[in-house]
Design a protein around this ligand. Structure first.
Ligand SMILES: *Cc1c(COP(=O)(O)O)cnc(C)c1O
Length: 235
């Protein structure tokens, strides 16, 4: 199957799931996760009309997207993997959004590096909802502390755009659903407590579970394998 065909299929599935869940058409965006796939694959996806991409390693993303941005400056890049503080400088240079903000220290570093280059960047706060995942704010209280930190005006170069999570890797649909509904609930509670944050983005759902995520309120699904095929980690 070609990348173009895969993209068509995934987009059809997204539209179908929106409808089935009673969601507005086009309320769910597709982030194509291109990690471990070459720049050529990204270019093929761009040609097929895809404009948002996700990468989880800064080094790899920088190498790939410096090239891609030369001919396609409009291609949007989101960093979705766990981010070490010493990679933030590079990350904010190349990315439009950092979806894996998972600690206040990291948010401080994002602010510091963005201020230096006079750039404003979007972030999502990652919520830890799966036993088998390591990253994300551990609970509602720690999440709210981060929101409060931003609300206090400490980060003028950071736009809090929403929440992100990774569901557990399991066949247990109830567990997956719980992970997504928890994050949706957290977002509702934050909007009530902090009306200045509308949190338009809930980044939830991957190749295996994006249909469930859409039923549970996702506004952005991060899909890699179903678009680009299996990743070869040995290379
Ligand atoms: C790799 C990755 C994805 C995409 O996973 P697929 O199963 O290939 O769709 C989504 N989100 C994050 C955070 C990832 O690291």
């Amino acid at each position: 199957m070609s990348i173009q065909k895969n993209l068509e299929t995934v987009l059809e599935n997204i539209r179908y799931s929106e409808k089935k869940a009673g969601r507005q058409e086009n309320s769910v965006k597709l982030l194509a996760v291109s990690k471990f796939h070459p720049a050529d694959a990204v270019l093929e996806a761009i040609k097929a009309g895809q404009c948002m991409f996700g990468e989880n390693r800064v080094q790899e993303a920088a190498a790939k997207f410096t090239e891609i941005h030369r001919t396609h400056p409009e291609a949007e890049l989101h960093i979705i993997g766990q981010l070490q503080s010493n990679k933030v400088k590079k990350a904010v240079q190349i990315a439009n959004c950092i979806e894996s903000a998972d600690r206040i220290e990291l948010i401080k570093e994002i602010e510091k590096q963005c201020e230096k280059i006079n750039k404003t960047i979007k972030i999502l706060l990652e919520v830890h909802t799966a036993e088998d995942s390591k990253s994300g704010f551990e609970n509602f209280d720690s999440l709210v502390s981060a929101v409060q930190f931003i609300a206090d005006g400490n980060t003028p170069h950071v736009i809090l755009n929403g929440l992100m999570t990774m569901a557990p890797f399991t066949d247990d649909e109830a567990l997956i659903r719980k992970s997504f509904s928890t994050v949706r609930l957290y977002a509702e509670q934050i909007r009530t407590a902090f009306p200045e944050f509308t949190l338009p983005v809930l980044s939830m759902g991957m190749s295996n579970d994006y249909k469930i995520a859409i039923e549970e309120g996702s506004t952005e699904v991060r899909v890699g394998t179903a678009i680009f095929g299996e990743r070869n980690y040995s290379e």
